[in-house]
Design a protein around this ligand. Structure first.
Ligand code: G3P
Length: 213
């Protein structure tokens, strides 16, 4: 499973990319607004660090989605155009696919939406699991259903588990065979940690000190 960082902060991407485990970045308008930096510069800087950076269109009609997405794609070959799951979005995804531009369908909350995006040619789809959990639904259950549908239908579209909230989401996404999981910075920082690793290392080092002359 590929691991993406869900952020618009370039320093965070630099830090995690240096671990040698980062396959890409997902941004969205809310994350970009939080950082308050120039969008094109941010995306370009990230494209130098990782091979796949999602940049979301803010237009809502086909013509303007296509215009905006084509501009993003012209910035760098690592750009993936993120398109919302609407009927205008489906048309735009189909257009981008026919023109060799990679897409990530965002705001996917159901299996029918996932199937439509795949049939329109999306490179990846982003089901938002945390937001489903937030309203009392079963986010990981949606991933389970999508992965089962994918097994029978052999869609090429990669399933990107988004809106993750804690390390267990990453474990379960991997166990279900999801292709990609995008992880917020705070959650990513928790992934290498285990108290037994810390106490074990402390013991090794203190024992080692005892035999030093
Ligand atoms: O990038 C899309 C998605 O991961 C957003 O997550 O936490 O705003 O539901 P969240």
């Amino acid at each position: 499973m590929k691991l993406f960082l869900d952020t618009a902060n370039v320093e965070q991407v630099k830090e995690i990319a240096a671990w040698g485990v980062l396959d890409g970045v997902t941004t969205n308008p809310s994350l970009v607004a939080k950082e308050g930096k120039d969008f094109e510069e941010t995306v370009m800087a990230m494209c130098d660090l990782v091979p796949c950076v999602s940049a979301q269109v803010t237009a809502t009609d086909f013509d303007n989605m296509v215009m905006q997405g084509k501009e993003y794609a012209s910035w760098h070959k690592h750009v993936v155009v993120k398109v919302p799951m609407t009927t205008e979005g489906l048309k735009a995804i189909h257009h981008f696919t026919n023109h060799g531009i990679k897409t990530n369908t965002t705001l996917v909350f159901s299996v029918p939406q996932a199937i439509l995006a795949a049939k329109a040619g999306a490179t990846m789809i982003s089901p938002f699991i945390g937001r489903l959990d937030d309203i009392g639904e079963d986010g990981m259950g949606l991933i389970e259903e999508i992965m089962e549908a994918w097994q029978w239908n052999r869609f090429k579209t990669e399933v990107l588990v988004a809106s993750t909230r804690h390390p267990r989401h990453i474990v379960e996404a991997a166990m279900l065979g999801a292709h990609i999981c995008t992880v917020p910075y705070e959650v990513f920082k928790k992934l290498p940690m285990h108290p037994l690793t810390d106490s074990g290392l402390e013991k090794f080092l203190s024992d080692w000190k005892k035999v030093q002359k």
